[in-house]
Write a protein that binds this ligand. Structure first.
Ligand code: SF4
Length: 324
């Protein structure tokens, strides 16, 4: 792969999404919560599967608003004014919908925050006295995440944070590549190659997982291919769930510098060190040292770095590293 060119996945990434975020008028009040970044910018690279659990389980638009009530781990979904319990209706629909989704090859889901049906965390749950606490998970979001525990999930509100946004989008692209690898057949060689190309990206999220996964891959001859893929998928998901902080990225950038020790001139080394230092102080975004490094990868044709997904993890046009 040429540095500077994002590695292609064979087809568009498929993401589930709360339908109101797409601009569909499915909210209880007949409105929507359209998010232009999701539809216009990210939408160029993904195919969305919109889901409105409240409408799809049979409720009308407009409808009475609902809320979660009772045990935060197993709450009831009740209409606010009339107290009608919609929990079982939604759960029964969700089981059927998830069976259908099993074969859709989703690479993630973007949930509408705060919704008693679709919110994935900190949803209000009311106790017997009618006092709310932000401790719940929407009925649909919980069932979905239980069924697909390794799938990257995020809320639209958190995606307005540039670091969380880049993190999530990296995860869905990694998930897609891993999904493609798996569908090509379970073989050890391609998995080792996948791991090699993702090494620096994994390190930027978790140096501890980077070491653990290195040992795991070195030991795969002693395991069945299925066990290898399942074990690797779990480790990969755990690693990618951790945030790639400034300090972790600086660690990776300095590690990359080690590969150029012999080729870079004194001036080039100095320039790269200064730019990494400016990124560390947050005077420049991550894209600045990455661009310079990609320039040196091209100039010196560094063979290992040419293969590294870290240097081009997602489409350049998304501009995700302009803000982190
Ligand atoms: S938050 Fe979920 S249930 Fe509510 S309108 Fe949006 S998609 Fe439908």
């Amino acid at each position: 792969m040429n540095p500077g060119a994002q590695e292609k996945t064979s087809e568009k990434i498929k993401l589930g999404i709360s339908a109101c975020l797409m601009g569909e008028n499915v909210r209880y009040n007949g409105g929507h919560t359209h998010d232009p970044f999701l539809t216009k910018t990210l939408g160029q690279y993904v195919d969305y599967v919109p889901v409105c659990p409240e409408v799809e389980c049979g409720l009308p638009v407009p409808r009475e608003a609902m809320r979660l009530v009772g045990d935060p781990l197993n709450p009831k979904l009740l209409t606010i004014k009339t107290g009608i319990d919609m929990t079982e209706q939604m759960k029964a629909w969700a089981r059927i919908r998830l069976d259908a989704m099993q074969n859709e090859n989703l690479c993630g889901f973007i949930f509408k925050s705060k919704s008693p049906s679709s919110g994935m965390e900190r949803v209000k749950v009311y106790d017997a006295k009618g006092i709310p606490a932000n401790v719940g998970i929407g009925i649909w979001a919980r069932i979905f995440m239980d069924r697909f525990p390794l799938l990257p999930v995020e809320e639209e509100g958190r995606l307005h944070d540039p670091v969380l946004r880049e993190n999530f989008i990296q995860r869905i692209f990694v998930f897609k590549r891993f999904q493609e690898l798996r569908t090509q057949g379970i073989r050890r060689g391609p998995l080792v190659d996948f791991h090699t190309r993702h090494k620096l990206l994994i390190m930027s999220h978790s140096p501890a997982h980077y070491r653990e996964m290195g040992k795991f891959v070195a030991d795969i001859k002693n395991q069945t291919p299925e066990a290898v893929y399942d074990g690797y998928a779990a480790l990969l998901n755990n690693a990618m769930s951790l945030r790639a902080t400034i300090a972790k990225n600086v660690n990776v950038l300095m590690h990359i510098m080690g590969y150029f020790k012999k080729q870079l001139s004194g001036d080039e080394k100095q320039e790269l060190l200064e730019i990494i230092g400016e990124f560390k102080k947050q005077f420049v975004p991550l894209i600045v040292p990455i661009t310079l490094i990609n320039h040196y990868v091209r100039k010196y044709q560094e063979p290992y770095l040419k293969t590294q997904i870290y240097l081009n993890p997602h489409p350049f046009e998304l501009g995700l590293r302009n803000h982190v």
